[in-house]
Ligand binder design. Structure first.
Ligand code: IVH
Length: 667
């Protein structure tokens, strides 16, 4: 076989395995085999740049090169759809179509995916361009970013037209969205309000390797071109499924208006069980010939309409605004409301985000306000019913000027929306928040200790910072509220055990601003011990992967503060790990010795590769397929149905990633 033939074969195999995994959810080979093939291809491509191909599977990893997007004109404009919230208007749409066509017709019912739309162009079975909607006439060329989305095929198989466009929605699944926000919270970066913003923000990233890591997905729902297989929209999309595209399994061809209503009502509740966000139903006349007959208005097709689900919204009274102080001193204003039912839960409080939002709403105490849940994490106030105000206007809500907990004047950093209490070392919720963070599961993971216990110890004056925990004795805490000898002993044992928590987690536990788990890991790996970090200047820090100006400044500022420096010294004296241990340098344990473990599905905290190397570092073996010898399965989202069935048949234990990580963190 020539080198070129070898490269072509590897590419074809990798495309097929990618499709099996990301589109069909049915991998045929192990991750290791996949990675080995990918590495072999990367090496060959590096040695033979003359065989470079823009649709090679190696393009999926993205690159760090910053890139400004080029604007390109759409060949066919990207129109929007007429919108309605009412079933009566759906009936009107149906009657209009019936009247104009004056013949039988079918309506394809689809979910309206709530992400960001994309238009993909394929020539000779290869993805050549991906463009955002933009203003409908022209959009941004985001091809390099889109190539990193694994469910979008780079090359097609089967009987595809020579040249066509296919449009769809790029989405961030709920699970990835929540994991991303958790990570951002730890790093104290602003959270994405919903998966739609997260998906469109990610797609516009200037750095395609960021996109590659964000776990986006895509559903395609609209084919355009001169040589489509047939006259049916539904049928054409089923064909596109065979070319390699991810097409929704929930499309339905309705013959009557009643069937359309049934579909709408079913999905209004059932959509909550989908892995991605949806905000309505799209109805399309199925025949392309009939679509052409119906034509377009200036803005949208006459052959389609979107029925939007009612945003889950309620009207209730604002009684008070209270202010919470976080562990970093950030102040969050919270609306206290008359309890109101909203999408299945009772809401009493809603976030008001920051001073600008309050000002923008012109809020007054006693106002009737709209609360929405939608795709957001925390309910929020989206408006005020000003007509309901009447004669008695309550007091205007003004953002506080002093910390509600310690009275310090608040400050606002340049370019930030939030107000902060600067009294880091003496403001009670900041102190307690820092200790709570210190003991939390992903940090020191101290058994038996939780926020209530920390609060109790703080109230009675036993602890004023994390280092005081290490001076506690059973007798000090036994006899405190609801604290028997057994729980007291358990806590002290947990505190003692935390002395062997590895350096990178100790570093994370310190709660240095912007130093989340990932940054702590990078710091620990790069500098190895606390002395080196303490002595590092901005330049040394910035040379480390993932650390920029903002993080570097925060680290320097942390150690410049004598209180922090003294705390770290006390923790060192207590015997915590402040440098990487020999085993840790190797990262090796024998916790999984003798176990055969299958990895399946998609994960939130680590990639499959990372799990694989975790298994190996802890003495286990990662195997590709399930057999009676399998010890357990590490399962993420969307574990393949055949694997699940096999596991159940053989009675093999299935662990989710949290359970697995917990297992590794236990000593
Ligand atoms: S069809 C001309 N189908 O909704 C018709 N759109 O305002 C083209 N969307 O921008 C769109 N799910 O981003 C279609 N199943 C679906 C959809 C869908 C979501 C989005 C799309 C479009 C907007 C329509």
């Amino acid at each position: 076989m020539t080198v070129k033939e070898k490269i072509d074969q590897l590419r074809a195999d990798l495309h097929r395995h990618n499709y099996n995994y990301y589109v069909l959810n049915a991998p045929e080979i192990s991750d290791k085999e996949f990675d080995d093939m990918m590495r072999e291809l990367q090496d060959l491509e590096k040695a033979h740049p003359e065989y470079m191909d823009k649709t090679s599977p190696t393009m999926r990893v993205g690159s760090d090169l910053n890139k400004n997007f080029v604007q390109v004109a759409h060949k066919y404009p990207m129109l929007s759809l007429g919108n309605t919230y009412s079933e009566n208007e759906v009936a009107d749409f149906y009657d209009r179509v019936k009247k104009s066509l004056n013949e039988d017709f079918e309506v394809c019912c689809e979910l309206k995916y709530d992400g960001t739309s994309i238009s993909l162009t394929y020539e000779d079975g290869k993805l050549v361009q991906a463009v955002t909607r933009g203003d409908g006439e022209k959009g941004d060329d985001v091809t390099d970013n889109v190539k990193t989305i694994r469910s979008i095929p780079l090359v097609l198989h089967g009987d595809y037209p020579k040249s066509f466009e296919i449009r769809g929605e790029i989405l961030m699944p709920w699970e990835s969205f929540e994991a991303l926000n958790r990570e951002r919270e730890l790093r104290e970066e602003p959270l994405f309000a919903n998966p739609r913003n997260a998906a469109s923000g990610t797609l516009k990233s200037q750095n395609s390797s960021v996109v590659a890591n964000r776990k986006l997905d895509a559903y395609l729902y609209y084919l355009l071109g001169e040589n489509l297989p047939g006259d049916g929209h539904y049928e054409n999309l089923q064909a596109a499924k065979n070319w390699g595209f991810k097409i929704s399994d929930h499309m339905h061809k309705a013959q009557t208006l009643q069937e359309i209503f049934d579909y709408i009502r079913y999905w209004d509740t059932e959509r909550k069980n989908l892995p991605v966000a949806t905000d309505g139903i799209v109805l399309k006349v199925n025949s392309l010939r009939q679509q052409r007959n119906l034509g377009y208005t200036a803005k949208s097709p006459r052959w389609a309409i979107a029925y939007k689900f009612q945003a889950e919204r309620a009207l209730t009274r604002l009684n008070k605004v209270s202010y919470q102080v976080g562990r970093t001193g950030a102040i969050t204003p919270v609306a206290n409301l008359d309890p109101v039912q909203l999408s299945g839960t009772i809401v009493k409080r809603a976030s008001l985000h920051n001073a600008d939002i309050i000002e923008g709403l012109d809020l007054h105490i006693g106002d009737l306000v709209y609360v929405e849940k939608g795709g957001e994490i925390i309910p929020k106030i989206t408006g005020v019913d000003k007509d309901a105000r009447g004669m008695m206007l309550g007091e205007k809500v003004r953002f506080i000027t002093h910390c509600p907990e310690c009275g310090s004047p608040l400050i606002r950093y340049e370019g930030e929306a939030a107000h902060y209490c600067p009294n880091e070392t003496a403001c009670p919720p900041q102190i307690k928040g820092k200790i709570e963070h210190f003991i939390s599961r992903r940090a020191m993971n101290i058994d038996g200790l939780g926020p209530e216990t920390v609060d109790l110890f703080y109230q009675v004056g036993l602890i004023k910072d994390a280092s005081d925990l290490y001076a506690l004795k059973v007798e000090d805490i036994m006899g405190l509220e609801r604290m028997g000898r057994k729980s007291a002993e358990n806590i002290i044992r947990g505190i003692e055990a935390s002395k062997s928590v590895p350096f990178e987690r100790v570093l994370f536990a310190l709660g240095i601003r912007f130093v989340g788990e990932t940054v702590a890991k990078k710091l620990a790996h790069a500098l190895g011990e606390i002395e080196a970090i303490r002595g590092a200047g901005l330049d040394t820090l910035k040379a480390i992967d993932e650390i920029g100006e903002k993080i570097a400044q925060s680290i320097v500022a942390y150690f410049d503060n004598p209180m922090n420096d003294a705390l770290v010294k006390r923790l060192e004296a207590a015997g915590l790990q402040f440098c990487r241990s020999e085993e840790e340098l190797e990262g090796r344990t024998d916790k999984l010795a003798g176990l055969s473990i299958v990895i399946s599905g998609v994960f939130a905290h680590h990639s499959r590769d990372e799990y694989k190397s975790l298994i190996e570092k802890n003495g286990g073996k990662n195997v590709g397929s399930i057999s009676s010898k399998t010890s357990f399965i590490l399962a993420g989202e969307n574990m393949g149905p055949s694997k699940l069935e096999k596991a159940q048949k053989l009675g093999i234990r299935i662990l989710n990633e949290d359970e697995f990580l917990q297992m590794l963190s236990e000593s």
